[in-house]
Design a protein around this ligand. Structure first.
Ligand code: ADP
Ligand code: MG
Length: 638
């Protein structure tokens, strides 16, 4: 392609880009909404019947967004509002929107014609106004008649003139999040409620109360928003009742839940919550009667439902906060979480109320919603913590049960072995010794060739006798002679005995035993126990293996560590150590460690084993140390 062509293409791209950037701005400039921040007001006396707009020259008061006239003077039932709208020919279908105003009955006139009418037969005075207006090249006056029965009336937000479609979207979107959040919470709580069937009884009540808390707050979110009153106009009265009912269910559920967190530690709170629940039922009945009788006796109902209930709610909030802090001080984490949630909730509500009164009741409360969300979140955390703690407890129980079962089985086995050993071993050992003696005698008299056979026979007899010794030790581990032992010296002598055997297997044995550490026990039994361990280590190492014997004092215990860098064991094998006949060796008996465990147990010691397959094994044995003042000079003998 030629350079000129390239330039053409580039120019085209630049043109398109500039169009993309400029077009939206152009269209915006054309569509920019008109914001009207001031209007005029004329009060309508109680006895006025005419709904024809007053004359333009009458007595009009100025009002604006900063200073809207909303406090209704006595003897008045509402107001006329006059809004001057500039030319609207920019739009094909212009509209007019007031995001927030108070009033039950709205009528809009323009050029003497009725443009819009809406009437509420329920007492929710937070309202919005949206209507299409004629497109005109001249400014026009719009008269809005607002009637109410409450103590406030009129516009509190700016007036917006824009494309009707756009305004409709804005009309809905502004209040939609609240409704959506409310609906999601309510639906979620209903699902949670269905799931409650799967819980255990103890958790179910907390769970259900939490579901009720969620359901009622969700409902409060929905029916506090002005949207449903506009779109579900016919159900306005029902939604107002729903608001009260939600509140009367929410408070007792919340109290019940909080009492669960306190674990019934404050009995007067339990009483208080029962009384409060009773009063909520009274309120529900009063509401029912009030609605059923066509809203008669307003003063009495107002006293029961609003004044007293309001006072109770206001009173209990600081009470709960104080109690939660008191309990949290004692280390109850749930109470701590609860008090943080409650304090934040109370704080946000307080700020909300202050702003409400400070703004002459124009301010729309919204911080409480965050407060509720935080409080609800804290309640969910608490429940989750409780359920998980319950499961953790269950888990430990079952673990303990398993361990207990295991040890029971073990004891049972041990008992059988020890009975068997006691009855047989002793009887067998004597004949064996006699046989050994005669074999040795015979060996001296025989020729050189047969001597090796006698040697083999004697060795095998020794092996048999070793096994029987193990059995006997196991059957009768009681130590007749208990002496004060110098553990360091004992270990040194064991090291000396075993060193040649370790060397024969290609390893080294290191013994670190400094200082004097005294324990009570029997020297030969202790040696037997420890030698069994060292023997296993020697059998587990290969060339280059290192076996370490160490002893240190830790607080009031002497800690012996016997470690090797041999083949190690799997965890399942470690768990089986000490069980009779557990052996992985072809020539093993599986009695060595069983005996070791028994001796250490009798010497009031404990034993723990750490092993990693392929890396090595460590046996840690702890004996109670004998305090220095109990050691008399000359009493120690090894
Ligand atoms: P035996 O030595 O007759 O097999 P023990 O009761 O002395 O019986 O040991 C039981 C089993 O424990 C051994 O067969 C071996 O598998 C395992 N074991 C004990 N000590 C060690 C160790 N230091 N390293 C590896 N395995 C060991
Ligand atoms: Mg062994």
């Amino acid at each position: 392609m030629k350079l000129a062509n390239w330039l053409k293409v580039l120019r085209l791209i630049a043109l398109m880009l500039s169009l993309f950037v400029l077009l939206p701005q152009l269209s915006q400039a054309q569509d920019r909404p008109i914001i009207i921040q001031q209007w005029q007001v004329q009060w309508i006396p109680d006895d006025a019947i005419s709904d024809i707009p007053p004359s333009a020259t009458g007595h009009w008061q100025d009002a604006n967004v900063e200073k809207p006239l909303t406090v209704i003077p006595t003897g008045m039932q509402g107001m006329w509002t006059r809004i001057s709208v500039p030319p609207t020919s920019n739009w094909q279908r212009p509209g007019l929107l007031v995001d927030r105003l108070y009033g039950l009955e709205l009528t809009v006139y323009h050029d003497g014609q009725l443009l819009f009418e809406s009437k509420r037969d329920f007492k929710f005075d937070r309202n919005k106004l949206l209507l299409p207006i004629p497109s005109s090249s001249e400014s026009g006056e719009y008269y809005v008649r607002i009637i109410t029965t409450s103590d406030r009336v009129g516009l509190t937000s700016e007036i917006r003139v824009d494309d009707y479609e756009k305004l409709s979207k804005r009309f809905v979107l502004k209040d939609l999040p609240d409704v959506l959040i409310g609906v999601s919470i309510a639906v979620l709580s209903l699902i949670m409620l269905i799931c409650s069937g799967y819980l255990r009884r103890k958790q179910r009540s907390s769970w259900i109360s939490l579901c009720l808390i969620a359901l009622t707050t969700g409902t409060l979110f929905i029916v506090y928003s002005p949207l449903p009153y506009i779109y579900l106009h016919n159900y306005g009265a029902l939604m107002l009742i729903l608001f009260d009912v939600s509140l009367f269910v929410l408070i007792p559920s919340l109290n019940y839940y909080i009492d669960q967190v306190y674990e019934g530690q404050f009995r007067f709170f339990t009483k208080f919550r029962l009384v409060q629940a009773g009063y909520s039922i009274v309120c529900l009945l009063a509401l029912l009667i009030y609605t059923a009788t066509g809203e008669q006796h307003y003063e009495v109902s107002y006293l029961i439902l609003n004044v007293i209930m309001g006072a109770v709610i206001l009173m209990q909030l600081p009470l709960i906060i104080i109690l939660s802090i008191l309990i949290a001080k004692h280390g109850n984490r749930d109470a701590l979480i609860l008090s943080v949630g409650l304090i934040l909730f109370a704080l946000l509500c307080a700020v909300d109320l202050i702003l409400y009164y400070w703004s002459n009741k124009i301010y729309v409360l919204f911080l409480w919603k965050f407060g509720v969300a935080i409080l609800f979140f804290s309640l969910v955390i608490i429940l989750a913590r409780r359920i998980s703690a319950d499961y953790a407890k269950l888990f430990t129980y079952s673990k303990e049960l398993e361990l207990y079962n295991h040890s029971l089985q073990r004891t049972e086995k041990m008992k059988i072995i020890s009975d068997l050993a006691a009855s047989v071993a002793h009887e067998v050992r004597n004949p064996l010794q006699v046989t050994r003696g005669f074999l040795q005698l015979l060996a001296e008299k025989t020729d050189e060739k047969s001597k090796s056979y006698f040697e083999l026979a004697v060795n095998e007899l020794d092996r048999a006798s070793d096994i029987i010794t193990d059995f006997l030790t196991f059957a009768k581990p009681e130590i007749e002679k208990i002496n004060l032992l110098n553990l360091s010296q004992e270990l040194k002598s064991i090291g000396a005995i075993m060193m040649p055997l370790a060397a024969m297997n290609g390893g080294v044995l290191v013994c670190i035993a400094e200082g004097d550490l005294y324990i009570y026990g029997n020297s030969s039994k202790l040696k037997q126990a420890l030698i069994n361990i060292v023997k296993n280590s020697i059998e587990a190492i290969g060339n280059g293996g290192v076996i370490k014997i160490e002893v240190v004092a830790e607080v009031d215990e002497a800690v012996v560590r016997l470690s090797d860098n041999g083949q190690g064991m799997e965890q399942e094998e470690v768990a089986k150590l000490g069980e009779p006949f557990f052996s992985t060796k072809t020539k093993g008996t599986g009695l060595g460690l069983m005996v070791t465990f028994r001796i250490i147990e009798v010497m009031k010691g404990t034993i723990t084993i750490h092993s990693t397959k392929g890396k090595g094994t460590e046996f840690v044995i702890r004996f109670p140390l004998v305090a220095n003042e109990n050691i008399l000079p000359g009493k120690s003998h090894v």
